[in-house]
Design a protein around this ligand. Structure first.
Ligand code: HEC
Length: 117
């Protein structure tokens, strides 16, 4: 009787450990961008992207990067443009400097006007 209870407890513990390890493994795959990296990305957006798109992103050599002008473009397409650049135009690829998550974060920052805050 007691042995059975002990075994079932062990089995529960086993399940718990498996779930816990599974969660730990899952974390790096969906890592959040840290607040300090977000600061860096906003600085980057202003100075690096801004050098062509305008310090206020209203356009320059590059097209305007404003919520209104990008609202009807998908996040995926814009992320792709940032990662790969636009061949035949001065828009360079940024994949050597940014991860896909970071490029997507920038798209959201542009669309949500985060750089103003
Ligand atoms: C060397 C200049 C230059 C820099 C630096 C630059 N861009 Fe561009 N970008 C351009 C040009 C030029 C275009 C427009 C290309 C075209 O369609 O003729 C463009 C287009 C884009 C587009 C597509 C906009 C649209 O309406 O189709 C996005 C998004 C974009 N850039 C984001 C960025 C981001 C984010 C950065 C910083 C990581 C950046 N760019 C840095 C020159 C630049």
């Amino acid at each position: 009787m007691q042995k059975v209870a002990w075994e079932s407890l062990l089995r529960k513990l086993e399940v718990f450990v498996l779930v816990f390890v599974g969660l730990l493994l899952a974390i790096p795959a969906r890592a959040e961008i840290s607040p300090s990296r977000q600061e860096e990305l906003l600085y980057f957006l202003k100075h690096d992207c801004g050098s062509c798109h305008g310090l206020t992103r209203s356009g320059g050599l590059g097209s305007p990067l404003l919520p209104e002008t990008l609202a009807d473009r998908s996040d995926e397409d814009l992320t792709e443009i940032i990662m790969e650049g636009l061949p035949g135009t001065p828009m360079p690829p940024w994949k050597a400097l940014l991860s896909r998550e970071e490029a997507h974060w920038l798209v959201r920052a542009i669309k949500e006007n985060k750089w103003k805050k």
